[in-house]
Design a binder for this molecule. Structure first.
Ligand code: ADP
Ligand code: MG
Length: 329
């Protein structure tokens, strides 16, 4: 439904988004994850037709966002980083204003506004001035204006930023519900958030995509060299010679405490189940009293840090290399 190809945005000499290409399919919740300044808002502003691109193409449901903006925008509901709320209106007045601007038919107006307020939990505050609402409820008004007109694609820029923990949970649940009827793209710099809500995660660092996959796959992608933690009721002297017999183990660490030892074994084998089966068999054959074996799962947190830090190191190196080149000239 959304095809982004070779999107680049430069602010003067500075490249905020660099050659970004990806596809958004119907019915899923997508998370753009990246540290501040990664280029998330820039990408969203371009996708929604609020900002021009330096290069590249964005096609929404067959409509080019630059060539055919009017049709493309009809498919999109957008909650920008700073939502354009009118503090002196009530939610119901504001949503009516938005609905008219979006061309919702007069006969559908009341019903649709009531439905959207119901969906976003605003019904109780329908007639309170927006300026007198809490931050969490203001954010609900922002989300409500994105849903009005029932666009198929909802884009939310950092929808939970600045909210307290209770409000964050409420907004996350609201977004999950939205995902049942709409395609949703949200941005966040909080990993646990995209992990909790999204079906697909795109990690952006310094304007470049560094990973794009399901949260589970991202974890396994980064596992690369897997590790398995083994606990046994014996000393290091018993387990170490047996580990040496395992040709699929590429490295290990052992700690001892109160008569038990914990060994972390690393392997490059991808078939985890087979590896664990073989380990178990070899420990058994050699009478090592193993009582626990646990695969060590890389959390998405590690993936995020590894990918984004890695790329920033690469970036620093690139900058250094450029400086040196300049110095040579
Ligand atoms: P994010 O939303 O991921 O925090 P942004 O897309 O807002 O990132 O910004 C990406 C980079 O582009 C940042 O380094 C930011 O300082 C820069 N930037 C954003 N808007 C402008 C602008 N109008 N002029 C110059 N630089 C900008
Ligand atoms: Mg931003």
């Amino acid at each position: 439904m959304v095809e982004v190809s070779h999107l680049t945005k430069k602010y003067g000499d500075f490249t905020a988004v660099s050659d970004l290409s990806f596809t958004i399919e119907d019915g899923l919740i997508y998370g753009f994850l990246g540290p501040n300044g990664a280029g998330k808002s820039t990408t969203m502003n371009i996708m929604t037709g609020c900002l021009s691109a330096t290069e590249g193409e964005v096609v929404i449901d067959g409509h080019d966002i630059f060539e055919d903006a009017k049709e493309a925008k009809k498919c999109i509901g957008y909650l920008p980083e700073i939502p354009p709320l009118y503090p002196d209106l009530t939610p119901v007045e504001y949503l009516e204003f938005v609905a008219r601007a979006k061309g919702v038919k007069a006969k559908d107006l009341d019903e649709q506004i009531a439905d959207v307020m119901e969906q976003t939990g605003l019904t109780v505050y329908a007639n309170r001035l927006i300026k007198n609402l809490s931050k969490g409820y203001k954010q609900r008004v922002g989300i409500a204006q994105a849903i009005i007109g029932y666009p198929s694609l909802i884009i939310l820029d950092e929808p939970t930023v600045g909210l307290d923990p209770k409000q964050i949970i409420e907004i996350r649940n609201l977004i999950k519900n939205l995902g049942k009827k709409h395609t949703v793209v949200l941005s966040s710099h909080i990993l646990s958030e995209v992990q909790a809500i999204c079906d697909r995660v795109m990690i952006i660092s310094r304007g470049k995509m560094v990973a794009f996959d399901a949260p589970d796959n991202l974890e396994s992608l980064m596992m690369g060299e897997a590790s398995i933690e083994v606990k046994a009721n014996c000393g290091r002297d018993v387990i170490e010679p047996v580990i040496a017999k395992m040709d699929f183990v590429t490295g290990y660490d052992i700690t001892e405490e109160n008569g038990t030892c914990t060994a972390t074994l690393r392997t490059a084998e991808t078939d985890r189940q087979k590896v664990q089966g073989d380990m178990f068999r070899i420990f058994g054959e050699n009478a090592v009293p193993v009582f626990q074996m646990t695969p060590v799962k890389a959390s998405l947190e590690d993936v995020f840090v590894e990918l984004t830090v890695g790329s920033s190191e690469a970036y620093e190196a690139e900058m250094e290399a450029e400086k040196e080149e300049e110095a040579e000239e």
